[in-house]
Design a protein around this ligand. Structure first.
Ligand SMILES: [Zn+2]
Length: 71
């Protein structure tokens, strides 16, 4: 087993950025990337709310995938 097995690709709840979790010398947590862990909790909360809405809007803009969803 190498370190690579432990690392995980995660998406930050605040800024929607992809980051590697469980990297040495990184402050990132399970839910937030390194940049966002430095922010204070109220700010993270607001950003997470905005990000959630953005993701919802993005999903609505995407054309429905073929084969999925039987209508
Ligand atoms: Zn982030």
């Amino acid at each position: 087993m190498s370190d690579e097995d432990i690392k995980q690709r995660r998406r930050c709840k605040c800024c929607n950025k992809l980051y590697d979790y469980a990297v040495q010398n990184s402050h990132s947590t399970r839910f937030f990337c390194e940049d966002c862990t430095d922010l204070s909790e109220p700010i993270r909360k607001v950003l997470a709310t905005f990000n959630k809405r953005l993701v919802e809007i993005e999903n609505q803009l995407k054309p429905p995938q073929k084969g999925s969803g039987a209508k």
